[in-house]
Design a binder for this molecule. Structure first.
Ligand code: NAP
Ligand code: MG
Length: 404
């Protein structure tokens, strides 16, 4: 069989620890035997970020703006322990944070559904994709402890010196106070990323806030979404046969629990933080969760939702066998390859991406899986494979599906 050709490169962002080991195995076993893999490679491993003073992260984000599609391996976000472990010059920022800020993007997280790994909510049959707004609100709030009786106000001072004041509370005793903000530009980018991604994946989009109580703050979110939808996306949604649906956050939560899934749920920053943990644990496992960063002008960066699986890496370094689940990382590759195929009108590449995903699902549904899945599957007597063994089992199914 001739290898599938790629006309435009994908931006490849290599990473750290166990996921870096899986990364190479995936390329060797599942990609390069079948594809003329065309990537522009950036090593975001912590050692190389340190050598380049983190310039490599910035370069990889700029390359994503140039080519439109990236695939990223999990990376270490340095903390005090990592400063010593890697002898770092500085406590470099989270690469995901840097890339997200440069692309002004929104992260969409969705579970990978297979028979035998059943969600805890019985009615959920299709994935629920959570989109979390990544700027402001309580995460950029200013807080104060109020020591005793006194007046608290919000004060805005315009550039010309004019002041607007709102009373927060006339305190009769001690208490607490918090000032939150958001930016219309950031909300607009969030809205556009959500509408683009809904069109892209042909799924309905839900959005919810507490606008009945928060008549200016949350209502602004609601209004911005509605304006952008009406002006830029209404016709496209109609043509695609999908809907945009706004409701109150309490109503959304109730509906989600009774739904069968199959939609995107856009959340404000705090709601997204909390609800994504609820949805991902109810669907089973972080190792079966994909994640894609979508910029408002339609650039895509695919990755796994989990981290570098440090504990498994130390076992691997000691020469012990590991059983690390590579599915989310493989789906990051298939997501990026499919998007590249769509943009380049490369049918062979799109088909390959579909078959690669089918091969993963088939392998698990046949009862061959890594330890994390074996612990929670409803399949009787699953075969527990090593990290490598699992990838080889997927390769066997992929070869069969490709008919080679
Ligand atoms: P983690 O790498 O997600 O792993 C936490 C635990 O979850 C693992 O020890 C393992 O449990 C289980 N697990 C996660 N992924 C798995 C997989 N693919 N297969 C099997 N089990 C899996 O989180 P962490 O240990 O908190 O973080 C490690 C490093 O990752 C940190 O340096 C952090 O900065 C980084 N991180 C990066 C990203 C990113 O780049 N997107 C995201 C999160 C964290 P058992 O040990 O019980 O088997
Ligand atoms: Mg959280």
């Amino acid at each position: 069989m001739d290898k599938i050709k790629m006309t435009t490169p994908i931006v490849e962002m290599d990473g750290d620890e166990m996921t870096r080991i899986l990364w190479q195995m995936i390329k060797d076993e599942l990609l390069t035997p079948f594809l003329e893999l065309n990537t522009e490679y950036y090593d975001l491993g912590l050692a190389h970020r340190n050598e380049t003073n983190d310039q490599v992260t910035v370069d990889s984000a700029n390359a994503t703006k140039k080519y439109g599609v990236a695939v990223k391996c999990a990376t270490i976000t340095p903390n005090a322990a990592r400063m010593t472990e890697y002898d770092l010059k500085e406590m470099w920022k989270s690469p995901n944070g840097t890339i997200r800020a440069m692309l002004d993007g929104t992260v969409f997280r969705a579970p990978i559904i297979v028979k035998g790994i059943e969600p805890n909510v019985k009615t959920w049959r299709k994935p629920i994709t959570i989109a979390r707004h990544a700027y402001g609100d309580v995460y950029k709030a200013t807080e104060m402890k109020v020591p005793g009786p006194g007046r608290c106000e919000l004060v805005y001072t315009g550039e010309d010196g004019t002041e607007v004041r709102e009373l927060i509370h006339e305190f009769a005793g001690p208490g607490v106070v918090q000032g939150q903000h958001n930016l219309c530009g950031s909300i607009e980018s969030f809205a556009r990323s959500c509408f683009h991604y809904a069109l892209d994946t042909k799924q309905d989009l839900w959005f919810a806030t507490k606008d009945t109580i928060s008549k200016k703050y949350d209502h602004t979110f609601k209004d911005i979404f509605q304006e952008i939808f009406d002006m830029e996306f209404k016709d496209k949604f109609e043509a695609a046969g999908i809907t945009y649906f706004y409701t109150l956050i309490d109503d959304a939560v109730a509906r989600v629990m009774k739904s069968e899934g199959g939609y995107i749920w856009a959340c404000k920053n705090y709601d997204g933080d909390v609800m994504s943990d609820m949805v991902s644990s109810a669907f089973g496992s972080l190792a079966m969760m994909t994640s894609v960063l979508v910029s408002p002008d339609g650039h895509y960066e695919y990755e796994a939702a989990h981290g570098t699986v440090q504990r498994h890496y130390y076992k691997h370094l000691k020469g012990e066998e590991t059983s690390t689940n590579s599915v989310a990382t493989i789906f990051a590759w298939s997501g990026a390859l499919r998007k590249r195929g769509e943009l380049d009108e490369n049918e062979a590449l799109k088909t390959f991406a579909d078959l690669l995903e089918q091969a993963c699902i088939k392998t698990i549904e046949e009862g061959q899986m890594t330890k994390d899945l074996a612990l929670m599957t409803t399949i009787q007597n699953p075969v527990v494979l090593s990290s490598e063994g699992f990838i080889r089992a997927i390769r066997a199914n992929l070869e069969e599906l490709l008919g080679s």
